[in-house]
Design a protein around this ligand. Sequence first.
Ligand SMILES: Cc1cc2nc3c(=O)[nH]c(=O)nc-3n(C[C@H](O)[C@H](O)[C@H](O)COP(=O)(O)OP(=O)(O)OC[C@H]3O[C@@H](n4cnc5c(N)ncnc54)[C@H](O)[C@@H]3O)c2cc1C
Ligand code: FES
Length: 288
Amino acid sequence: MYKVVTKRFLNDSKSICLFEIEAPLVARHAQAGQFVVFRLDEQGERVPVSVAGYDREKGTVTVMVQAAGKTTKMLHTVEEGDYISDLVGPLGKATEMDDLRKVCVVGGGVGCAIAYPIAKEMHERGINVTFIAGFRSADIVILKEELKAVSDKLIMCTDDGSYGKKGFTTVFLKEEIEANIRDNEMQFDRVIAIGPDIMMKFLADVTRPYGIKTIISLDPIMVDGTGMCGCCRVIVGGETKFACVDGPDFDAHEVDFDSLLKRAAFYEDEQKAADQHICRITGGKRNG
Ligand SMILES: Cc1cc2nc3c(=O)[nH]c(=O)nc-3n(C[C@H](O)[C@H](O)[C@H](O)COP(=O)(O)OP(=O)(O)OC[C@H]3O[C@@H](n4cnc5c(N)ncnc54)[C@H](O)[C@@H]3O)c2cc1C
Ligand code: FES
Protein backbone atom coordinates (compact mmCIF):
# COMPACT_ATOMS: atom_id res chain seq x y z
CA MET A 1 0.00 0.00 0.00
CA TYR A 2 1.22 3.49 -0.85
CA LYS A 3 0.32 6.49 1.31
CA VAL A 4 -0.75 9.82 -0.18
CA VAL A 5 1.12 12.44 1.87
CA THR A 6 0.13 15.56 -0.08
CA LYS A 7 -2.88 16.35 -2.24
CA ARG A 8 -3.35 19.73 -3.93
CA PHE A 9 -5.56 20.86 -6.79
CA LEU A 10 -3.51 22.87 -9.28
CA ASN A 11 -6.14 25.00 -11.01
CA ASP A 12 -9.41 26.85 -10.44
CA SER A 13 -11.47 24.23 -12.24
CA LYS A 14 -9.90 21.46 -10.07
CA SER A 15 -9.35 19.40 -13.21
CA ILE A 16 -5.71 18.60 -12.38
CA CYS A 17 -4.51 17.44 -8.97
CA LEU A 18 -1.05 16.89 -7.53
CA PHE A 19 -0.41 13.84 -5.38
CA GLU A 20 2.80 13.21 -3.45
CA ILE A 21 2.95 9.51 -2.67
CA GLU A 22 5.29 7.57 -0.39
CA ALA A 23 7.19 5.13 -2.63
CA PRO A 24 10.87 5.05 -1.59
CA LEU A 25 12.04 2.47 -4.12
CA VAL A 26 10.44 4.33 -7.04
CA ALA A 27 11.74 7.67 -5.75
CA ARG A 28 15.29 6.31 -5.55
CA HIS A 29 15.46 5.58 -9.30
CA ALA A 30 12.96 7.98 -10.92
CA GLN A 31 14.12 10.40 -13.62
CA ALA A 32 12.41 13.12 -15.65
CA GLY A 33 10.50 11.68 -18.60
CA GLN A 34 9.69 8.34 -16.94
CA PHE A 35 6.29 7.19 -15.72
CA VAL A 36 4.67 5.04 -13.06
CA VAL A 37 1.59 2.81 -13.18
CA PHE A 38 -0.86 3.00 -10.27
CA ARG A 39 -3.91 1.01 -9.19
CA LEU A 40 -6.37 2.41 -6.68
CA ASP A 41 -7.37 -1.01 -5.36
CA GLU A 42 -6.89 -4.67 -6.23
CA GLN A 43 -9.74 -4.66 -8.75
CA GLY A 44 -8.74 -1.33 -10.24
CA GLU A 45 -7.39 -0.69 -13.73
CA ARG A 46 -3.72 0.09 -14.21
CA VAL A 47 -3.21 3.77 -15.02
CA PRO A 48 0.07 5.18 -16.35
CA VAL A 49 1.05 8.69 -15.22
CA SER A 50 4.31 10.57 -15.60
CA VAL A 51 6.71 11.23 -12.78
CA ALA A 52 6.22 14.96 -12.12
CA GLY A 53 8.77 15.05 -9.32
CA TYR A 54 10.54 12.97 -6.70
CA ASP A 55 12.24 13.47 -3.35
CA ARG A 56 14.85 10.78 -2.86
CA GLU A 57 15.41 11.72 0.80
CA LYS A 58 11.73 11.72 1.76
CA GLY A 59 11.11 8.70 -0.44
CA THR A 60 8.19 10.29 -2.27
CA VAL A 61 7.07 10.54 -5.89
CA THR A 62 4.83 13.32 -7.20
CA VAL A 63 2.28 12.88 -9.98
CA MET A 64 -0.08 15.46 -11.47
CA VAL A 65 -3.24 13.88 -12.75
CA GLN A 66 -6.09 15.19 -14.86
CA ALA A 67 -9.56 13.79 -14.16
CA ALA A 68 -10.02 12.24 -17.62
CA GLY A 69 -12.32 9.30 -16.93
CA LYS A 70 -13.36 6.67 -14.42
CA THR A 71 -10.14 5.92 -12.53
CA THR A 72 -8.59 9.36 -12.58
CA LYS A 73 -11.86 10.86 -11.29
CA MET A 74 -11.81 8.31 -8.47
CA LEU A 75 -8.17 9.20 -7.73
CA HIS A 76 -9.22 12.84 -7.27
CA THR A 77 -11.40 11.76 -4.33
CA VAL A 78 -8.45 10.14 -2.50
CA GLU A 79 -7.41 12.32 0.45
CA GLU A 80 -4.12 12.95 2.27
CA GLY A 81 -3.47 9.99 4.59
CA ASP A 82 -5.36 7.54 2.32
CA TYR A 83 -3.57 4.67 0.63
CA ILE A 84 -3.59 3.41 -2.95
CA SER A 85 -3.00 -0.24 -3.70
CA ASP A 86 -0.07 -0.17 -6.17
CA LEU A 87 2.52 2.16 -7.63
CA VAL A 88 4.95 0.48 -10.02
CA GLY A 89 7.95 2.13 -11.63
CA PRO A 90 9.84 3.99 -12.74
CA LEU A 91 9.02 2.77 -16.25
CA GLY A 92 10.11 3.91 -19.71
CA LYS A 93 13.24 5.74 -20.71
CA ALA A 94 14.30 9.04 -19.16
CA THR A 95 14.33 12.09 -21.43
CA GLU A 96 17.73 12.51 -23.10
CA MET A 97 19.28 15.89 -22.39
CA ASP A 98 23.05 15.37 -22.72
CA ASP A 99 24.92 17.98 -24.78
CA LEU A 100 21.90 20.28 -25.16
CA ARG A 101 22.42 24.04 -24.86
CA LYS A 102 19.18 25.72 -25.83
CA VAL A 103 15.80 23.99 -25.75
CA CYS A 104 12.21 24.98 -26.31
CA VAL A 105 9.83 22.93 -24.16
CA VAL A 106 6.19 23.06 -25.24
CA GLY A 107 3.39 21.82 -22.99
CA GLY A 108 -0.30 21.57 -23.78
CA GLY A 109 -2.76 21.29 -20.87
CA VAL A 110 -1.79 18.51 -18.49
CA GLY A 111 1.25 18.02 -20.77
CA CYS A 112 2.73 21.02 -18.91
CA ALA A 113 2.78 18.89 -15.74
CA ILE A 114 4.70 16.18 -17.59
CA ALA A 115 7.04 18.70 -19.22
CA TYR A 116 7.72 20.57 -15.96
CA PRO A 117 10.24 18.11 -14.40
CA ILE A 118 12.05 17.88 -17.75
CA ALA A 119 12.38 21.68 -17.94
CA LYS A 120 13.40 21.78 -14.27
CA GLU A 121 16.22 19.29 -14.73
CA MET A 122 17.42 21.05 -17.90
CA HIS A 123 17.41 24.38 -16.08
CA GLU A 124 19.42 22.84 -13.21
CA ARG A 125 21.95 21.53 -15.75
CA GLY A 126 22.40 25.06 -17.15
CA ILE A 127 20.52 24.48 -20.41
CA ASN A 128 18.72 27.59 -21.70
CA VAL A 129 14.97 26.82 -21.50
CA THR A 130 12.17 28.60 -23.34
CA PHE A 131 8.85 27.18 -22.11
CA ILE A 132 5.65 27.62 -24.10
CA ALA A 133 2.64 26.57 -22.00
CA GLY A 134 -0.72 26.37 -23.75
CA PHE A 135 -4.16 25.86 -22.23
CA ARG A 136 -7.74 26.05 -23.52
CA SER A 137 -8.71 28.76 -20.98
CA ALA A 138 -7.65 30.51 -17.75
CA ASP A 139 -9.52 28.16 -15.40
CA ILE A 140 -7.32 25.18 -16.32
CA VAL A 141 -3.95 26.96 -16.20
CA ILE A 142 -1.47 25.20 -13.87
CA LEU A 143 2.01 25.73 -12.44
CA LYS A 144 2.36 29.47 -13.21
CA GLU A 145 5.07 30.09 -10.61
CA GLU A 146 6.79 26.72 -11.02
CA LEU A 147 7.18 27.14 -14.79
CA LYS A 148 8.51 30.69 -14.35
CA ALA A 149 11.15 29.40 -11.92
CA VAL A 150 12.57 26.85 -14.39
CA SER A 151 12.41 28.91 -17.61
CA ASP A 152 14.74 31.52 -19.07
CA LYS A 153 11.73 32.64 -21.08
CA LEU A 154 8.12 31.64 -20.37
CA ILE A 155 5.25 32.15 -22.78
CA MET A 156 1.80 31.30 -21.42
CA CYS A 157 -1.06 31.20 -23.89
CA THR A 158 -4.71 30.24 -24.02
CA ASP A 159 -6.92 29.37 -26.99
CA ASP A 160 -9.50 32.01 -25.96
CA GLY A 161 -7.05 34.65 -24.67
CA SER A 162 -8.44 34.49 -21.09
CA TYR A 163 -4.88 34.11 -19.71
CA GLY A 164 -1.55 35.12 -21.27
CA LYS A 165 -1.30 35.48 -25.04
CA LYS A 166 -4.19 34.43 -27.26
CA GLY A 167 -3.42 31.61 -29.65
CA PHE A 168 -2.02 28.11 -30.08
CA THR A 169 1.45 26.96 -29.00
CA THR A 170 2.35 26.32 -32.66
CA VAL A 171 2.11 30.06 -33.44
CA PHE A 172 4.43 31.03 -30.58
CA LEU A 173 6.93 28.26 -31.32
CA LYS A 174 7.23 29.50 -34.92
CA GLU A 175 7.62 33.09 -33.65
CA GLU A 176 10.46 32.06 -31.30
CA ILE A 177 12.26 30.11 -34.04
CA GLU A 178 11.92 33.04 -36.45
CA ALA A 179 13.08 35.50 -33.76
CA ASN A 180 16.25 33.45 -33.24
CA ILE A 181 16.97 33.69 -36.98
CA ARG A 182 16.10 37.41 -37.21
CA ASP A 183 18.15 38.40 -34.14
CA ASN A 184 21.09 36.15 -35.03
CA GLU A 185 20.59 34.26 -31.78
CA MET A 186 21.51 30.64 -31.29
CA GLN A 187 18.74 28.41 -32.65
CA PHE A 188 17.07 25.78 -30.41
CA ASP A 189 19.02 22.56 -30.64
CA ARG A 190 15.90 20.69 -29.55
CA VAL A 191 12.17 21.14 -29.15
CA ILE A 192 10.44 18.91 -26.61
CA ALA A 193 6.66 18.81 -26.86
CA ILE A 194 4.13 17.13 -24.61
CA GLY A 195 0.38 17.45 -24.94
CA PRO A 196 -2.54 16.31 -27.05
CA ASP A 197 -1.51 14.18 -30.05
CA ILE A 198 -2.94 16.71 -32.46
CA MET A 199 -0.88 19.53 -30.91
CA MET A 200 2.30 17.45 -31.16
CA LYS A 201 1.52 16.60 -34.80
CA PHE A 202 1.23 20.29 -35.74
CA LEU A 203 4.31 21.25 -33.69
CA ALA A 204 6.27 18.64 -35.65
CA ASP A 205 5.08 20.34 -38.86
CA VAL A 206 6.39 23.69 -37.52
CA THR A 207 9.90 22.44 -36.74
CA ARG A 208 10.37 20.12 -39.75
CA PRO A 209 11.33 22.82 -42.31
CA TYR A 210 13.91 24.26 -39.89
CA GLY A 211 15.50 20.83 -39.27
CA ILE A 212 15.17 21.22 -35.47
CA LYS A 213 15.13 17.84 -33.76
CA THR A 214 11.77 17.50 -32.01
CA ILE A 215 11.03 14.98 -29.29
CA ILE A 216 7.49 14.19 -28.17
CA SER A 217 6.28 12.13 -25.23
CA LEU A 218 3.54 9.75 -26.34
CA ASP A 219 0.73 8.48 -24.14
CA PRO A 220 -1.01 5.70 -26.06
CA ILE A 221 -3.23 3.24 -24.20
CA MET A 222 -1.00 1.13 -21.95
CA VAL A 223 -1.88 -2.00 -20.02
CA ASP A 224 1.14 -3.79 -18.52
CA GLY A 225 3.67 -1.02 -19.16
CA THR A 226 6.47 -3.56 -19.58
CA GLY A 227 6.49 -4.43 -23.29
CA MET A 228 4.42 -7.62 -22.99
CA CYS A 229 0.90 -6.82 -24.20
CA GLY A 230 1.62 -4.77 -27.31
CA CYS A 231 -1.18 -2.36 -26.49
CA CYS A 232 0.97 0.75 -26.67
CA ARG A 233 2.44 0.08 -30.12
CA VAL A 234 3.22 3.06 -32.29
CA ILE A 235 4.86 3.30 -35.70
CA VAL A 236 8.08 5.29 -35.66
CA GLY A 237 10.34 5.52 -38.71
CA GLY A 238 8.28 2.74 -40.33
CA GLU A 239 8.97 0.33 -37.46
CA THR A 240 6.66 -0.83 -34.68
CA LYS A 241 7.77 0.43 -31.27
CA PHE A 242 6.29 -0.04 -27.81
CA ALA A 243 5.89 3.32 -26.08
CA CYS A 244 6.25 1.81 -22.61
CA VAL A 245 9.73 0.38 -23.14
CA ASP A 246 11.09 2.11 -26.27
CA GLY A 247 9.60 5.47 -25.22
CA PRO A 248 7.61 7.34 -24.16
CA ASP A 249 9.90 9.86 -25.95
CA PHE A 250 10.14 9.59 -29.75
CA ASP A 251 11.38 11.69 -32.65
CA ALA A 252 8.28 13.62 -33.77
CA HIS A 253 9.43 13.73 -37.38
CA GLU A 254 9.43 9.93 -37.49
CA VAL A 255 6.09 9.24 -35.75
CA ASP A 256 3.17 8.03 -37.88
CA PHE A 257 0.53 10.39 -36.47
CA ASP A 258 -2.32 9.05 -38.63
CA SER A 259 -2.15 5.58 -37.08
CA LEU A 260 -1.54 7.11 -33.62
CA LEU A 261 -4.70 9.25 -33.81
CA LYS A 262 -6.76 6.29 -35.10
CA ARG A 263 -5.63 3.99 -32.27
CA ALA A 264 -6.25 6.70 -29.63
CA ALA A 265 -9.94 6.79 -30.59
CA PHE A 266 -10.30 2.98 -30.51
CA TYR A 267 -11.67 2.58 -26.93
CA GLU A 268 -13.67 5.83 -26.77
CA ASP A 269 -17.08 4.13 -26.42
CA GLU A 270 -15.91 1.77 -23.62
CA GLN A 271 -14.24 4.66 -21.75
CA LYS A 272 -17.39 6.79 -21.94
CA ALA A 273 -19.50 3.86 -20.72
CA ALA A 274 -17.16 3.22 -17.76
CA ASP A 275 -17.19 6.91 -16.87
CA GLN A 276 -20.99 7.11 -16.94
CA HIS A 277 -21.20 3.91 -14.87
CA ILE A 278 -18.95 5.26 -12.09
CA CYS A 279 -20.84 8.54 -11.99
CA ARG A 280 -24.17 6.67 -11.69
CA ILE A 281 -23.13 4.30 -8.92
CA THR A 282 -21.12 6.75 -6.83
CA GLY A 283 -22.45 10.17 -7.79
CA GLY A 284 -18.86 10.93 -8.83
CA LYS A 285 -17.49 9.99 -5.37
CA ARG A 286 -15.09 7.19 -4.61
CA ASN A 287 -17.00 4.32 -3.02
CA GLY A 288 -14.31 2.35 -1.27
C1 LIG B 1 3.27 7.25 -20.42
C2 LIG B 1 2.01 7.96 -20.02
C3 LIG B 1 2.08 9.03 -19.16
C4 LIG B 1 0.94 9.70 -18.75
N1 LIG B 1 1.06 10.74 -17.88
C5 LIG B 1 -0.03 11.36 -17.42
C6 LIG B 1 0.10 12.38 -16.42
O1 LIG B 1 1.17 12.71 -15.94
N2 LIG B 1 -1.04 13.00 -16.01
C7 LIG B 1 -2.28 12.66 -16.53
O2 LIG B 1 -3.27 13.26 -16.10
N3 LIG B 1 -2.41 11.68 -17.43
C8 LIG B 1 -1.32 11.02 -17.91
N4 LIG B 1 -1.47 10.01 -18.82
C9 LIG B 1 -2.82 9.68 -19.30
C10 LIG B 1 -3.55 8.81 -18.29
O3 LIG B 1 -2.95 7.52 -18.25
C11 LIG B 1 -5.03 8.66 -18.68
O4 LIG B 1 -5.65 9.91 -18.55
C12 LIG B 1 -5.75 7.68 -17.78
O5 LIG B 1 -5.35 6.37 -18.09
C13 LIG B 1 -7.25 7.83 -17.93
O6 LIG B 1 -7.89 6.76 -17.28
P1 LIG B 1 -9.39 6.92 -16.79
O7 LIG B 1 -9.90 5.58 -16.37
O8 LIG B 1 -9.53 8.00 -15.79
O9 LIG B 1 -10.15 7.43 -18.08
P2 LIG B 1 -10.72 6.66 -19.32
O10 LIG B 1 -12.13 7.07 -19.52
O11 LIG B 1 -10.40 5.19 -19.25
O12 LIG B 1 -9.83 7.30 -20.47
C14 LIG B 1 -9.76 8.70 -20.75
C15 LIG B 1 -8.64 8.91 -21.75
O13 LIG B 1 -7.38 8.53 -21.16
C16 LIG B 1 -6.59 7.74 -22.04
N5 LIG B 1 -6.36 6.42 -21.41
C17 LIG B 1 -7.27 5.60 -20.85
N6 LIG B 1 -6.72 4.48 -20.37
C18 LIG B 1 -5.42 4.59 -20.63
C19 LIG B 1 -4.30 3.74 -20.40
N7 LIG B 1 -4.39 2.55 -19.80
N8 LIG B 1 -3.11 4.16 -20.84
C20 LIG B 1 -2.98 5.37 -21.42
N9 LIG B 1 -3.98 6.21 -21.66
C21 LIG B 1 -5.19 5.82 -21.29
C22 LIG B 1 -7.34 7.68 -23.33
O14 LIG B 1 -6.84 8.67 -24.19
C23 LIG B 1 -8.76 8.01 -22.98
O15 LIG B 1 -9.44 8.63 -24.01
C24 LIG B 1 -0.35 9.30 -19.25
C25 LIG B 1 -0.43 8.22 -20.12
C26 LIG B 1 0.73 7.55 -20.51
C27 LIG B 1 0.64 6.37 -21.43
S1 FES C 1 1.79 -1.31 -22.36
FE1 FES C 1 1.92 -3.39 -22.93
S2 FES C 1 3.53 -3.39 -24.38
FE2 FES C 1 3.46 -1.35 -23.70
